[in-house]
Write a protein that binds this ligand. Structure first.
Ligand code: CP
Ligand code: NVA
Length: 308
């Protein structure tokens, strides 16, 4: 039987995502380290790019569940010396029980999955960051309840995070208002799929108007470091400031996947202020991904049993 992968948020239905969020909230509260459904199992973690949250949350989640995580860097494995990704996938997936990859090209993850005997998780690519959306949506549900019918404002780069927000809008049924500078809009194919869930605005305040949640991300993502100066100019009017938050609903939340650059995409006043839930959001990477590992490695049936 083919393994179930998590490469895109669209790999889950709305019902499955809601169930996973509920399960993550339960796991957060029970904190039962005697519950070890992945005892003896191993997660391989391949990082082509840096990470704090993704690495620590997956490694800790596996330890909580009685399993183990192996960190693999292209710098000191054959992955960085040209071994074909298909061969690497065939070899690694004969030894471990699940593989998480953070890569530049999205196709590296899809190709790995095509050749893997075990579930593959996208830990961020240039195109999508679905694990972050599990945590963001858990955080919204915890603070405000279901996000269906709500309005989310995305301010800034039409990047991997923005793409995963578009997917979340589609499957959970919210409206996504996007304000991005010309030349930095999200991928048109992804936007086309989302149809009426996505609306574009030419400035941050209009996009944030009446929003329940305001979200941003760095102006230059990993791999775009040489564009930093150019992007500082292009994005100068796209900082989430107190003025932008004032256009949103009075109880609007502010999220950022982190790491953040205060004074660039967000003012210190906003990220360190009363609307911000960025540290709940970061913590929820752990709980949401534990629920994801359970889903992929133990299956739906076991999860619904545990939720009863
Ligand atoms: N948000 C996020 O993915 O953080 P890391 O890059 O630290 O993993
Ligand atoms: N868009 C950012 C997200 C970091 C978690 C990047 O890709 O670098």
């Amino acid at each position: 039987m083919k393994p179930r992968h998590f490469i895109s948020l669209l790999d889950l239905s709305g019902d499955e995502l809601r169930q996973l969020i509920n399960r993550a909230i339960t796991l957060k509260h029970i904190r039962d380290h005697d519950y070890q459904p992945l005892k003896g199992q191993v997660l391989g973690m391949i990082f082509e790019k840096s990470s704090t949250r993704t690495r620590v949350s997956f490694e800790t989640g596996m330890a909580h569940f009685g399993g183990h995580a192996v960190f693999l860097s292209p710098r000191d494995t054959q992955l960085g010396r040209g071994e074909p990704i298909s061969d690497s996938a065939k070899v690694i997936s004969r030894m471990v029980d699940c593989v998480m990859l953070r890569t530049h090209e999205h196709e590296t993850v899809t190709k790995f999955a095509e050749n893997s005997r075990v579930p593959v998780i996208n830990g961020l690519t240039d195109k999508e960051h679905p694990c972050q959306l599990l945590a963001d949506m858990q955080t919204y549900f915890e603070h405000r309840g279901d996000i269906a019918g709500k309005t989310v404002a995305w301010i800034g780069d039409g990047n991997n995070m923005c793409h995963s927000y578009i997917h979340a809008a589609m499957i959970l049924g919210f409206t996504l208002n996007i304000a991005s500078p010309v030349g930095y809009l999200p991928n048109s194919d992804i936007v086309a799929l989302a149809a009426s869930h996505v609306h574009f605005f030419d400035n941050s305040i209009s996009a944030a108007k009446g929003a329940d949640l305001v979200v941003t991300d760095v102006w230059a993502s990993m791999g775009q470091e040489t564009e930093q100066k150019l992007r500082e100019v292009a994005f100068k009017d796209y900082q989430v400031t107190a003025q932008v938050m004032a256009a949103a609903k009075p109880d609007a939340l502010f999220m950022h996947c982190l790491p953040a650059h205060r004074g660039e995409e967000v003012s210190a006043e906003v990220i360190d202020g009363s609307h911000s839930v960025v540290f709940d959001e970061a913590e929820n990477r752990l709980h949401a991904q534990k629920a994801l590992l359970e889903l992929l490695l133990c299956g739906n049936a076991k999860i619904s049993l545990l939720n009863d």
